[in-house]
Design a protein around this ligand. Structure first.
Ligand code: GAR
Length: 266
């Protein structure tokens, strides 16, 4: 089987990135890392990538947002950006969000995402993994990367048992809620926040003596196992996204949901 080309986007220290690099190097993933990109110029994970000879790049989202705030007319959106089309598709900001806020968000994201796509194109990755990338991707990027809607190829790892606790602080939200188990989830990206089809999950008990640090540490240890396993399913072409229809609760209409089937090993 030809090894897949994997690209990663990160924002932080990159311990998940390291787990993926190690799994590629140990042949637990039939793939090789093609590049690592970040929205944060000094992200620690970039150094990890360089250490393994993996090309890196940065698209500084913060600088793009600052430029828009100071002089919006100087920030030209990409020529193929249609704010009405992207605005109608996205599920990141609700109908209550002010139109000016939606416009600013989608415009700055389209600028950043067009730069990401320019950096990524020469590497022609088969799969993009978000490994602690703390920015939601909008439909502008997703539709240009996922050229076949039936074969999504952007994965994310989230520090909670989705659909509980989407957002930026999954382990913190889990602990503060008083949950007796925590966990992590790998899923494909869709137009919402942490809402795409789930590929794999792991869970662990939480006791009264746990702290945020101990919960994070236990969760991360599971993330480092789960993410490479899910990537290997993709490399083996064992992930199939199908639409499931279930009877609705108490006579309500049927529920449809895109879910991931893990096919048997060939
Ligand atoms: C991980 O816990 C990952 O699940 C989380 O950020 C951490 C990154 O750690 N991701 C998110 O919260 C995405 N919304 P790392 O940089 O050491 O891999």
């Amino acid at each position: 089987m030809t090894p897949i080309r994997i690209g990663a986007l990160i924002s932080g220290g990159g311990s998940n990135l390291q787990a993926i690099i190690d799994a590629c190097e140990d042949s637990r993933i039939d793939g090789r890392m093609a590049f690592v990109g970040s929205d944060v110029p000094g992200a620690g994970g970039l150094q990890r990538a360089r250490h393994h000879g993996i090309p890196t790049f940065v698209v500084d989202y913060g600088a793009i947002v600052d430029q828009y705030r100071q002089a919006p007319e100087t920030l030209a959106p990409p020529s193929d950006f249609d704010p009405a089309e992207i605005g109608a598709k996205q599920h990141l900001l609700g109908p209550e969000a002010a139109p000016s806020r939606v416009h600013a968000f989608l415009t700055t994201r389209a600028v950043a995402e067009a730069r990401l796509l320019d950096h990524i194109a020469p590497f022609a990755p088969d799969l993009l993994v978000l490994a602690g990338f703390m920015r939601n991707l909008t439909p502008y990027f997703i539709d240009r990367f996922n050229t076949d809607p039936d074969r999504p190829r952007i994965m994310n790892i989230h520090p909670a048992l989705l659909p509980a606790f989407p957002g930026v602080d999954g382990y913190g939200d889990t602990l503060r809620y008083g949950c007796k188990v925590g966990g992590c989830t790998v899923h494909f990206i869709d137009y919402g926040e942490d809402s795409g089809p789930i590929i794999g999950q792991r869970c662990f008990p939480i006791t009264e003596s746990d702290t945020l640090d101990s919960v994070k540490q236990r969760g991360l240890t599971l993330e480092w196992q789960l993410y490479p396993e899910c990537i290997q399913y993709f490399a083996q072409d064992r992930l199939q996204v199908v639409t499931m229809t279930h009877t609705g609760p108490q006579g309500r209409p049927p529920v449809q949901r895109r879910v991931v089937k893990i096919l048997r090993s060939p």
